[in-house]
Design a protein around this ligand. Structure first.
Ligand code: NAP
Length: 376
């Protein structure tokens, strides 16, 4: 059987290059690294073909805003993995994938992108393609963690998922388009929590409805605010006994959380174009200047319910010291299930809801994620 061929858009970016390495390590897939700089693509192609056997990597120029360049690049490919900061071009990429007849996966956090792809569900189904959105850490893992703990209960009553992302931003090079995409989404996300049987809007972008969670590992108890992720929408339908669930995102540092994001949210609403550059620069400066150790990325679920008529709890914490690795690992763990055909099916799915959670957890642990569970 021929090896599957995957094209990674943004294949030489911070996340894309780690995904490429892990795919070469974990699978026999052939890879095409794509982006707007063929020089950067080819530099990494040389490195990877030197590090892994079989000359399985090639590079290509492709621009997510240019339908023709995408269609040319997609010929002969099985799946495009969108690891570029190009959520605004999601329609262009998705339409090109459907026209050429290939599968699709992306890793961006963008409410607009996800609802646009959702609106294409019937075209995706008709064409028999498999589209997986919201891959990565968050989005990507919170709902999968709920599925993982739910197996321990007869009745799952509560499942709160929280994250901490503490990165040494001063040591990172992030492109302006990525920084802008990141800031605009974090300054204006939907803030919903599921309480008393319905999704409810949190107050003042969640800042008045924060929770605290003890993440351990030197991070201790941290505050986190509600952030709605599409993958969480179906959780209460899947587990009707749930009375409380939601995803809560931890802070970056006091300056960015309490000053930059609220200010950026207002300025971007009033002056979407003019405020883009200055607010992005202010956020980048705030992240680099005020982020302090310890660094690391964690995701934790705290759950409660009953089993055999007895109340029980189960808490699971996932940790990786490197936030980019912790984004790449779940993507590759999901692709392992896609590549062997066990989860590939026509339609539009989120990573967190299409994966088999036990294998996901085992594969992530093998690739370096630290998994700890506690329960009573
Ligand atoms: N789900 C999660 O947990 C998670 C976590 C981290 C990041 N992300 C998302 O992952 C994406 C990448 O983040 P990153 O930090 O890896 O970014 P990055 O290091 O800045 O890399 C971005 C990549 O996208 C490429 N790119 C940008 N515009 C393009 C275009 N028009 N056409 C083709 N390629 C283009 C860049 O190459 P050129 O500029 O040379 O074209 C580069 O290779 C972002 O959307 C980010 O929000 C998700």
């Amino acid at each position: 059987m021929n090896n599957k061929k995957l094209l990674i858009l943004g294949g030489y970016g911070n996340t894309g290059r780690l995904i490429a390495r892990l795919l070469l390590q974990e699978t026999n897939a052939e890879l095409i690294l794509a982006g707007r700089s063929i020089t950067k693509a080819e530099d990494l192609v040389r490195q990877l073909n030197g590090d892994f056997e079989g000359n399985r990597v090639t590079g290509i120029h492709s621009d997510a805003s240019d339908a023709e360049s995408l269609k040319q690049a997609f010929h002969g490919v099985d799946l495009v993995l969108v690891a570029s900061s190009t959520a605004i071009y999601a329609e262009c990429v998705a339409v090109a994938a459907l026209e050429v007849g290939i599968d699709y996966m992306d890793i961006q956090y963008s409410t607009e992108k996800t609802s646009l792809l959702k609106s294409m569900t019937s075209e995706i189904e008709k064409s028999g393609r498999c589209f997986i959105t919201d891959g990565g850490f968050h989005p990507g893992l919170p709902a999968a963690l709920v599925h993982y703990v739910a197996q321990h209960y007869d009745k799952l009553e509560k499942a709160l998922v929280g994250s901490v992302i503490k990165v040494n931003w001063a040591g990172l090079s992030v492109t302006e388009s990525t920084a802008y995409e990141f800031m605009s989404e974090l300054a204006d996300y939907e803030s919903l929590v599921y309480k008393k049987g319905k999704w409810q809007k949190a107050r003042f972008q969640g800042m008045l409805d924060f929770i605290t969670m003890d993440f351990g590992r030197g991070f201790g108890r941290q505050y986190a605010v509600p952030m709605f992720l599409e993958e969480m929408r179906s959780i209460p339908e899947t587990y009707p006994s749930l009375s409380e669930t939601g995803f809560y995102v931890g802070g970056f540092n006091w300056f960015v959380d309490w000053l930059v994001f609220p200010l950026a949210a207002i300025l971007l609403k009033l002056f979407p174009r003019r405020a883009a550059k200055p607010t992005t620069r202010l956020m980048s400066w705030g992240l680099k200047t005020f982020s302090k150790p310890p660094y690391g990325t964690l995701l934790r679920v705290e759950s409660a319910g009953t089993k055999d008529g007895r109340p029980i709890t189960k808490d699971v914490t996932l940790y990786h010291e490197d936030g980019y690795m912790f984004t790449a690992i779940p993507v590759v763990a999901c692709l392992l299930q896609y590549l062997d055909g066990s989860i590939r099916k026509p339609g539009f799915w989120t990573q967190a809801n299409i994966v088999e959670p036990n294998r996901l957890m085992d594969d992530m642990e093998r690739m370096g994620v630290d998994v700890t569970s506690q329960g009573q």
